[in-house]
Design a protein around this ligand. Structure first.
Ligand SMILES: [Zn+2]
Length: 256
């Protein structure tokens, strides 16, 4: 019976099991970590439902066979307007400072990057990490409403808004692999941040720690997102190095 149930679980929720197993195998996984289940964009008017139905489940220590090579490319997940977060996506979160949280697997590279910057007199601050879908919905609706108040029709306002704030379910922040980074002297998320020594340090060094500037200047047509000199995404050192050398954004890198 137990075996049958197990087999059924493996068939029904392979992706989730992979996530959990990957977490289980990694000795760095925190004991008190929780797994948050993010969800696809809720239907109109169901934001409240979405909040109540989102789950926090403990990492399971159940007997699931250990698949080979699972999650080998977890760090290359593509989430954008055309590629919403998978419905069964789960993330194990840990604190990232400033009340923010990130996927536990990027905690160490993130800390090392911040320490590396600090050693050279640059202070980096994470001002936004993991976001759930409900919160993204709030941000997106706020942005669209701002454009509407400037006279745009609803549809136009939403089109414009999504160039700045991803639609709920389509934000990289849902993955726990993206961070918005600023510096104490400049905490505004605008193009002026690019002129800071912190942004310049990041441009030069983030790939060494496995991070990329996710929405570069000049790639707006490919990413569908405006230039965001503060938004960094973990992709691993190998991919980050290659993307940096070849001048590719994530969409281009994954198409190669
Ligand atoms: Zn961001």
């Amino acid at each position: 019976m137990g075996t049958l149930l197990l087999a059924a679980m493996v068939l029904l929720v392979p992706h989730r099991i992979e996530q959990v197993m990957a977490a289980k195998r990694d000795p760095q996984v925190p004991q008190q970590s929780s797994v948050s289940q993010a969800a696809l964009p809720p239907q109109e008017g169901s934001a409240a439902q979405q909040i109540s139905s989102s789950q926090n489940i403990a990492l399971q220590e159940e007997t699931v066979p250990e698949p080979e090579d699972v999650q080998s490319c977890w760090e290359l997940i593509l989430v954008n307007d055309l590629n919403p977060l998978p419905e069964d996506f789960v993330v194990a979160l840990v604190p990232a400072g400033g009340g923010e949280q990130v996927d536990y697997r990027i905690q160490q590279p993130l800390e090392q990057m911040m320490a590396g910057a600090q050693a050279q007199g640059i202070e980096l601050m994470v001002c936004s990490g993991y976001r759930n879908v409900a919160y993204q919905q709030t941000l997106y609706e706020r942005k669209a409403a701002a454009y509407q108040s400037q006279g745009l029709a609803l549809e136009e306002a939403q089109e414009e808004a999504k160039r700045w704030v991803a639609r709920p379910g389509c934000s990289e922040h849902h993955t726990g692999l993206a961070v918005d980074i600023v510096t104490p002297a400049y905490q505004v998320l605008d193009s002026g941040f690019a002129g800071t020594s912190a942004a310049q340090w990041m441009a030069e060094h983030c790939a060494e720690y496995g991070f990329i500037l996710r929405y570069p200047q000049g790639k707006e047509e490919v990413t569908g997102v405006c230039w965001e000199p503060w938004h960094f995404r973990y992709v691993g050192t190998e991919a980050a190095g290659q993307m940096s050398r070849d001048g590719l954004c994530l969409e281009e890198f994954l198409q190669k």
